[in-house]
Design a protein around this ligand. Structure first.
Ligand code: ARG
Length: 459
């Protein structure tokens, strides 16, 4: 079969080599963007009198038919036609005859593929931003239910100070807020049109790049044709933002896995998001959370793979760049899917408030309170730390916690202690009093929820 670019070749390619070089098995994902870009290009060609209105109309109708066929699933792509661009051009000439060959006037596959990918990523970035909002909403909803639910707070995975469960959940709200911002910001640099840069150097035809940019909803055009066809920064930015999203999800996944274990029993995931074991009848595994934690790896991998792919490439287009696509598609699917699953898991999980609350009474995470108490009565903090450290040791030796120690023992350790320490030591007091800005105090958490809701409404 002759290639669309077969003119200067004397030998036809071998099928297995074609198969190796082809991107059609995966870049057919770009079919709609490719046709959208071509429709804009052809409209511009006619407006600039490069082709006639009639020819443009014929091409437009042909492309629309192909789009329809694509939607019906009746397009039969072929590896001989290498990629989505050549496949569509072939369908077009089959459909409308030699006029189809005019579509490629003043254009190269190099600016074409770049245009497709900008369009694709713009659409999916916006979709992912929407799903981020869904997950943020789920976090806010649960936070509203659990302002006064207490949970042990950890550092080094050792009990540190109790916190409001809502406060813990909202930490992820703010991570996602930054993720959203990063994607939003990336759109500024992504929404630029490479179309009309040609193969690398522009074209001799009197095209209007501004017009195609406008038709495609871009905010402007690449100023340099070499840059336009060789730039993949917009994909890298998307992938970096995605890697960070996955890192955040993976951390929350890890917490969900721990919290739903027998050892913690803080939450129970809804049956929809858990699976059983084929051998152990008692099991309920947090598979979805584990998968999200696992899938983080492939998103990092795609980012590193694209960075590596690009680092040694001379200007302008190189075939290596065909390898930019699968990782991008995979990242879109993975990030979107993971966010959706997480939103669902958060919405439907049940929270064992009693277990959490009980746990905050079964540790020494109120010890800081005691040291602060002494310090506020004038004892230097270091000295207070020492006094409390000894009291903790005393409790450990007796197998009790600070709230169980009699006042007499406190008084023996320091005459500054009074009856009111028992109120101070209650986990709910410990949390309520941390009312500094951004702290876990209930008043602060309520404020954070109001602010979070406002952020969501503004988007
Ligand atoms: N399939 C190619 C890709 O995805 C399209 C661009 C090909 N350009 C070329 N000059 N071979 O990168």
């Amino acid at each position: 079969m002759t290639k669309l670019w077969g003119g200067r070749f004397t030998k036809s390619a071998e099928e297995w080599v074609d198969a190796f070089g082809a991107s059609i098995p995966f870049d057919q994902e770009l079919v709609e963007e490719d046709i959208e870009g071509s429709l804009a290009h052809v409209k511009m060609l006619a407006a600039c009198n490069i082709i006639t209105e009639e020819e443009a109309e014929t091409i437009k109708n042909g492309l629309e038919k192909i789009l329809q066929k694509s939607k019906n699933g009746s397009l039969e792509y072929s590896v001989q036609n290498e990629d989505i661009h050549l496949n569509i051009e072939k369908f077009l000439t089959d459909e409308i005859g030699p006029t189809g060959g005019k579509l490629h006037t003043g254009r190269s596959r190099n600016d074409q593929v770049a245009t497709d990918m900008h369009l694709y990523l713009r659409k999916h970035t916006k979709e992912i931003m929407e799903v981020i909002k869904q997950m943020q909403q789920a976090l806010i909803n649960q936070a509203e239910n659990h302002v006064e639910t207490l949970i042990p707070g950890y550092t080094h995975l050792q009990r540190a100070q109790p916190v409001s469960f809502a406060h813990h959940l909202l930490a992820y709200f703010w991570m996602l807020e930054r993720d959203y911002g990063r994607l939003e910001d990336s759109l500024k640099r992504l929404n630029i049109s490479p179309l009309g840069a040609g193969a690398l150097a522009g074209t001799t035809f009197p095209i209007d790049r501004g017009y195609t940019a406008e038709l495609l909803g871009f905010d402007g055009i690449y100023e340099n044709s070499l840059d336009a066809v060789s730039d993949r920064d917009f994909i890298l930015e998307f992938m970096s933002a995605s890697a960070m999203i996955m890192m955040h999800l993976s951390r929350l996944a890890e917490e969900f896995i721990l919290w739903s274990s027998q050892e913690f029993q803080f939450i129970e995931l809804d049956d929809t998001f858990a699976t059983g074991s084929s051998i152990m009848p008692q099991k309920k595994n947090p598979d979805m959370a584990e998968l999200i934690r696992g899938k983080t790896g492939r998103v990092y991998g795609s980012l590193v793979s694209l960075l590596t792919l690009l680092k040694g490439l001379p200007l302008a287009y190189n075939k290596d760049m065909q390898e930019d696509k699968e990782g991008m598609f995979d990242t879109v699917t993975t990030v979107k899917g993971s966010l959706k699953i997480f939103a669902g898991m958060i919405d439907t999980m049940s929270v064992n408030t009693e277990v959490m609350e009980k746990e905050t009474h079964s540790d020494f995470s109120n010890a800081t309170e005691l040291a602060d108490y002494l310090a506020s009565k004038g004892m230097p903090f270091r000295e207070a730390h020492e006094v409390v450290g000894k009291l903790v040791l005393q409790c450990i030796q007796k197998g009790i916690f600070l709230l169980d120690l009699p006042l007499a023992d406190y008084k023996e350790a320091s005459s500054l202690f009074e009856e009111d320490i028992f109120e101070v030591l209650k986990p709910s007091t410990v949390v309520a009093r941390r009312n500094s800005a951004g702290g876990t105090g209930f008043e602060q958490v309520k404020k954070a929820i109001v602010l979070g809701k406002k952020k969501l409404e503004e988007k």
